[in-house]
Design a binder for this molecule. Structure first.
Ligand code: PMT
Length: 415
């Protein structure tokens, strides 16, 4: 089962490699692209071949690597035209100051530059170079020229550089390049919406070393945040403690620990949102009195009694103040899945609930995959079969999009 939902499957991708030390990292990109089901064609400049060999890329992509200006494809078409005709997206990794300058100024003196002139699909530049070169007015001028002409860029990151200095110029991680490529392919159908998502567990302290929590890993909520962002929404992610990497760019990220902290963050930010999705597994109870010191184990058979009290029900509180925002809940159930979920939808005044059977090991808590049923206010259900959590996130957001459309139609009724 795929771990990531991908728009790259079945796509024809051209990977251009130019002569920079980061060229070896492009091997991993080609491998990941083919793993995601893309058909990859590698084009190298002469300088790139000083750093890496075509054989590596031919082996990884399963296609011949093109580096000669006058190589012919099967049939009579000139190679660069044939390749640019079949391409769905091109990415140049690493993109040196030299290639950026040449393309920005219309120079087409090798296969790669000639092909860029002929291509009509999106081209993504991923520059990597020494910090001073990156900051040079000439390079920045050329980049701006290319951006104005509609080319995409993923900026280098800060860090140790091959030339022995530290600064901006390192190639971004392959994961980020893939995310940007996915992003380019994704329709921005949630633009204009602000989606607040809660994720992960909350954690309630018993004493400074012990706590009450649950098995939520945050994967489902983080997948929703990532896909909503990719589809053009503004995203606010409020997360309990997880082992996941914080989301990268463009997502407002708020970390909390306890249910009360999550409640405060949600109440502070919900008014900015148009849609709220509560994926978090909030601990329903906390200790009545928190012990400042570690509870000591006694030398007899006695065990301490912990008195619990209720935590705030955040989603129920939202249900009372949501206005015309869409409020989507999750229901983690181990029995009577649909009945229990439908009851929560009504009691908490939700617009939709995602019923999640958490009694199965391969879905629900912590797994990379999920299988859920959506229930709306009219009782209509839609089953989402077993697939990656990113795939489930896409389908939940498709349903949210339909609800947004309905809400808009209702608003128009007022006129
Ligand atoms: O994080 P993962 O490992 O990927 O797992 C995903 C998940 C199983 C946690 C997720 O898919 C899920 O089912 N989340 C809901 C967990 C839950 O707490 O369900 P519930 O039935 O107890 O709560 C119903 C709804 O009320 C939920 O939207 C919950 O966020 C909300 N709630 C619950 C209690 C509370 N005090 N405040 C709340 O807002």
């Amino acid at each position: 089962m795929e771990r990531t939902f991908t728009m790259l499957r079945g796509k024809e991708i051209i990977v251009g490699i130019t002569g920079g030390i980061a060229a070896y990292k492009t091997a991993e990109l080609v491998r990941e692209l083919t793993k995601r089901g893309a058909s990859v064609h590698v084009v190298m400049t002469k300088n790139a071949m000083e750093f890496v060999t075509p054989l590596t890329f031919q082996t990884l992509s399963g296609h011949p690597v093109i580096h000669e200006m006058f190589e012919l494809f099967a049939g009579s078409k000139i190679g660069h035209i044939a390749l640019s005709d079949i391409a769905d997206q091109m990415v140049i990794v690493p993109a040196t100051a030299n290639i950026i300058g040449k393309i920005a100024n219309g120079i087409a003196d090798d296969f790669l530059t000639t092909m860029v002139m002929a291509i009509t699909v999106p081209v993504l530049f991923v520059p990597s170079m020494n910090t001073k070169m990156w900051e040079s007015k000439i390079v920045q001028m050329n980049i701006n020229k290319l951006k104005d002409a509609g080319f995409d860029f993923l900026e280098p990151i800060e860090g140790d550089l091959a030339c022995g200095t530290v600064g901006k110029g390192r190639l971004p991680p392959v994961e980020d390049i893939l995310e940007k490529m996915e992003d380019i392919f994704t329709d921005k159908d949630l633009e204009g919406e602000t989606i607040l998502i809660t994720a992960g567990p909350t954690l309630e302290f018993i004493d400074p070393v012990r706590c009450i929590t649950n098995r939520s890993s945050g994967k489902m909520g983080y997948a929703l945040a990532k896909i909503a962002r990719r589809r053009g929404a503004n995203v606010i992610l409020i997360s309990g403690p997880t082992h996941l990497k914080p989301p990268k760019r463009d997502i407002k990220f708020v970390e909390v620990t306890t249910a009360r902290e999550m409640r405060d963050a949600v109440m502070e930010l919900y008014s900015e949102s148009t849609v709220i999705i509560k994926t978090a597994a909030v601990a329903d109870f906390r200790c009545k009195s928190e012990n400042c010191q570690k509870i000591k184990k006694k030398n007899d058979e006695s065990v301490p009694t912990i008195e619990l009290e209720k935590n705030p029900d955040i989603i129920a509180e939202l249900g009372k103040v949501k206005g015309n925002r869409l409020l989507i809940g999750f229901a983690a159930e181990t029995e009577n899945l649909l009945d229990n979920a439908a009851e929560k939808l009504k009691r908490k005044n939700l617009d939709m609930i995602v019923a999640n059977d958490v009694s199965k090991k391969e879905i629900g808590f912590s797994s990379d995959n999920n299988e859920v049923t959506l229930i709306d206010r009219s009782g209509k259900t839609k089953h989402i079969p077993f697939m990656s959590k990113e795939g489930v996130a896409h389908l939940i957001l498709d349903a949210v999009k339909k609800l947004i459309k309905k809400r808009k139609l209702k608003e128009e009724d007022w006129y």
